[in-house]
Write a protein that binds this ligand. Sequence first.
Ligand code: GDP
Ligand code: IMO
Ligand code: MG
Length: 440
Amino acid sequence: MPGIVIVGAQWGDEGKGKITDLLADRADAVVRFQGGNNAGHTIVREGVHWKLHLIPSGILYPGKHCVIGNGVVIDPKVLIDELEALRARRVDVSGLRISANAHLIMPYHLLLDSAGEARLGKLQIGTTQRGIGPCYADKAARLGIRLQDLLDEKILKKKIVAAMEPKRLSLRPFEKDPSLDLLTMTEEYLTYGHRLERHIGDTSRLLWELLDEDKTVIFEGAQGAMLDIDHGTYPFVTSSNPLAGAASVGTGVGPRNLDEVWGVSKAYTTRVGAGPFPSELTESLGDTLRERGHEFGTTTGRPRRIGWLDLVALRYASRLNTLGSLVITKLDVLSGLDRIEVCTGYRDNEEAQFEDFPYHQTVLHHASAQSTELAGWKEDLGECRTLSDLPQAAREYLEFIAEHTRVPVTLVGVGPEQDQIIWTEAAKDTIIGRSAVVVD
Ligand code: GDP
Ligand code: IMO
Ligand code: MG
C-alpha cells in the first residue's frame, strides 16, 4: 500500500497526463490499466512538450517503475516507436515493464476499425481508428493475441490464423493488403517480440510486491468515465472501462489495495468524436474556448467539441468512481468571460427534468442543459499558486463545483506547465498530498 487511482471524470483529455506526472514525483510506480494508443497524454515541463500514448506518464522520472498492465491493448509498432522517441530524447526507458497478458492490436484490427466506421456512415462513433474496439472484441471472443504469444512462432502463427478466419467476410475488401499476409504478419510481429522481450514480465506480481513493501503506486487511467463501455454514453464510448474499478482487474491488483481515487475534470467540458453532449456550446464562444484552450486532440488532431461544465455528468462520474478528490484543470482558460454557465440539470424534449444522469439513451440524446449562471473574472490565472491568489469569482466557481459534487477540490490547474498548479488545503487529507507544500 498505498494505491492511488487517477481517472478522467469527463469524456477524456481532462489533463490526466499532467496530473499523473505531477503526482508521480511522490510515487514509486505508475501503471496504465486500460485503453491503448487511443489515449494521448500531454506533459509540459519548462516549455518542453511530451506526448505519451501508451507509456505511463511516470516515465520521465529516472528510477520509477513504469508498468503497462494486462488491461491495456498494445499496438507493438506504436509502443516501439514511442520507446525510441523517448530514448532519442535521453529518457531512460529500461525500467518499463509490460504485462505478458496484455492483448495486441493486429493489422486486421486497424482495418476493421475503419471499415466499421465507414459502414456506420452517419451513425459512426468517431473512433480514433487505432483498432481499439476490434482488439477488445477479439479479447472477449477469446481470439486475442497476447504479448507472450510473440515469443513463440508456432503459437503466434496458429493464433493469427484462428483470429483471421472468422473475419474473412469483413476483411474481403482488404484481401490485397500485404499486411494481411500470414507470413509477413507473423515475421513482423516476431520482430516486435524480440524487441520488447526484455520489458515483458509478470506485472501483477511486481505491483503486488511494491504495494507489499509499502511503496506508492499510481494507477493511471486513460479516457474518461463518460466513455466507459458499461456506464458511458453507449454506443458512443470506447471499448474499455476507464473507471477506477478497472484499475484492479486491469493490473491484477486486488481492490483493497486501491486506497484513493482522484478524478480529473476540466473547468469546462470537451468531447472528441460523436455522441450526446447536453452542455455543448454551438455558438462562437465554443470556438473562442477551443482556441484559448488549444482543444485539438493529442492523438488525432481533431478539434474537440466544447461545452460548459456539466455537473450532472460530473456527479455521475464521481459516484461511479467513488471519487475522494477532484482535480479541476484549465481554470485559466475561462479568464476573460463576463459570465460562466454551469449545467446543473437536464431537460428532455417533453420538459421532464433530470438532476441525475439518465440511464436511457433516448433521454440523453434529447437532453438539453439547464444552467446556472455564475460571475466570470478577467484576470490571468497563470501565475496563481494559492487559492487566495485567485480572483474571488474563480474561488466561488470552485466552491460551487465542490458543493454540487460533494467532492473536495484538491488541485487546480492554471496552465499547462507542471508547476502551474494550486494545492488546496483539502489535499492535506490525501495520502499523496500530505507531503506536498500546501500554502493556502
Ligand atoms: P489527458 O488525455 O487527460 O492527459 O489530457 P490531454 O493531454 O489530451 O489534454 C489536456 C491538454 O491540456 C494538454 O495539452 C495539457 O498540456 C493541457 N493542460 C493540462 N492542464 C492544464 C491547465 O490547467 N491549463 C491549461 N491551459 N492547459 C492545461
Ligand atoms: P485520453 O486518454 C478523448 C474517444 C474517441 C471516440 C471514442 C471511441 O487522451 O483522454 P476508440 O478509438 O477508443 O474506439 O474511440 O472514444 N476517445 C477519446 N476521447 N480522449 C481520449 O483518450 C480518447 N480515447 C478515445 O474520440 O469518440
Ligand atoms: Mg488526451
